[in-house]
Design a protein around this ligand. Structure first.
Ligand SMILES: Nc1ncnc2c1ncn2[C@@H]1O[C@H](COP(=O)(O)OP(=O)(O)O)[C@@H](O)[C@H]1O
Ligand SMILES: O=C(OP(=O)(O)O)[C@H](O)COP(=O)(O)O
Length: 393
């Protein structure tokens, strides 16, 4: 990476404004997955050990510029304190005199968590005035929020115009792993794209067709391709605005000589739910009124075989509605193949990572990215504003 990292600058005695992505899932005020907090520990510990005064900022949820009690960062600060084994102070605001007073009290190695930056309208507008107010708290900006690096907001991008700006260790790791995987990839390189966000993912397929040797399609995404080829898809998920694009990808894959693989069979259901009737049908024989909710057994075997023979696998998006057990087999088969292949496996996207966790296979993956949208934009070859704004080496 050609951007400076926290290792390239002096941090001792400095007030460091560190942007993290503590946008963790909460249920009744309890954190259900603290991965994103744990992943920032190397940078936080580095700063503590090197005598910095650590000021952490994050968003949580989408509160639309208003103070929302259920989206306060207090549970994250409590969890961080447990993980660090030291007290962590928490501010009730992100800017202003009270926060400045709390910052003034920080000693070397102390940690303060600011309140959710999205409680302020200036954050998502990337308002320079708000960015300046944030910057007044600190001497240095460290961006470790890979999961939010695709957002040009005041605490991810704007603040870098007011302070020396470097990356944190998680940001560096994510960019290095994804960058290495995608520039000069080991081959055969297999990309697996599934999930339900057809609009978000279609551009990635375009880019991956030029990069990967095998592109496997699953999940809700696949029926747009089935429909594009003129077949019945019943009540399955579809994005009619992407039919032409889908046909274009089939053609592009042929022209490039790439192995673009669509499901050959699907699990269909007569309704969406755990009590649905299901059957397995060829991909082009979905009965009217039924919906495809998982890849079928033949497809699972084909996909598992390709994954096992790959040197690099990048997986984004589940193969079916894995949250419901009767539609989880396809995602499980792909997760198992990723866990056992000798190739290097990278998982991006919250739901694929959650699926790997659910099947207790997460430990066996080589890299699980903390960013869903961010890793997709990175794969599309787009510049990430939160990275672009950092100081060059
Ligand atoms: N065939 C399908 N029909 C409807 N939804 C699906 C289908 N296959 C997968 N999904 C849903 O897609 C969601 C995940 O999609 P997405 O957000 O795009 O993935 P990720 O978070 O991994 O990027 C899951 O909640 C899953 O239930
Ligand atoms: O959870 C996040 O995105 P992700 O689910 O795409 O990884 C990031 O924290 C960004 O959040 P946002 O999509 O509300 O800007």
């Amino acid at each position: 990476m050609n951007k400076k990292s926290v290792r390239d600058v002096e941090v001792k005695g400095k007030r460091v404004f560190m942007r993290v992505d503590f946008n963790v899932p909460l249920e009744d005020g309890k954190i259900t997955d603290d991965t994103r907090i744990r992943e920032t520990l190397p940078t936080i510990k580095y700063l503590i050990e090197h005598g910095a005064k650590v000021i952490l900022a994050s968003h949580l949820g989408r509160p639309n510029g208003q103070f929302v009690d259920s989206m306060r960062l207090t549970p994250a600060a409590v969890r961080l304190s447990e993980l660090l084994g030291q007290p962590v102070a928490k501010a009730d605001e992100a800017i202003g005199d009270a926060v400045k007073a709390q910052v003034a009290e920080l000693g070397e190695g102390d940690v303060l968590v600011l309140e959710n930056v999205r409680f302020y309208p200036g954050e998502e507008k990337n308002d320079p005035e708000f960015a300046k107010q944030l910057s007044e708290l600190a001497d240095l900006f460290v961006n470790d929020a890979f999961g939010a690096a695709h957002r040009a907001h005041a605490s991810t991008e704007g603040i870098a115009h007011f302070l020396p700006a470097v990356s944190g260790l998680l940001m560096e790791k994510e960019l290095s792993v994804l960058g290495k995987a995608l520039t000069n990839p080991e081959r055969p390189f297999t990309a697996i794209i599934g999930g339900s966000k057809v609009k978000d993912k279609i551009d990635v397929i375009d880019h991956l067709l030029t990069l990967a040797d095998n592109v496997l399609i699953g999940g809700g995404l696949s029926y747009t391709f089935t429909k594009a080829q003129g077949f019945e898809i019943g009540e399955s998920l579809v994005d009619n605005s992407k039919i032409d694009a889908a046909l274009g990808f089939i053609e592009k894959a042929k022209a490039l000589g790439k192995n673009f693989v669509l499901p050959v069979d699907v699990v269909v259901a007569d309704k969406f739910g755990a009590d649905a009737n299901t059957k397995i049908v060829p991909f082009n024989e979905i009965p009217a009124g039924w919906m495809g909710l998982d890849i079928g057994p033949k497809t699972r075997a084909i996909y598992a075989d390709i994954i096992k023979n790959s040197k690099l696998v990048v997986w984004n998006g589940p193969m079916g509605v894995f949250e419901i057990d009767i539609f989880a087999e396809g995602t499980l088969a792909v997760a198992q193949a990723c866990a056992t292949t000798e190739g290097y496996t990278v998982i991006g996207g919250g739901d694929s990572a959650a699926a790997a966790e659910k099947f207790h296979l997460a430990e066996q993956m080589d890299h699980i990215s903390t960013g869903g949208g961010a890793s997709l934009e990175f794969m599309e070859g787009k510049a990430l504003p939160g990275v672009e704004a950092l100081n060059d080496k």
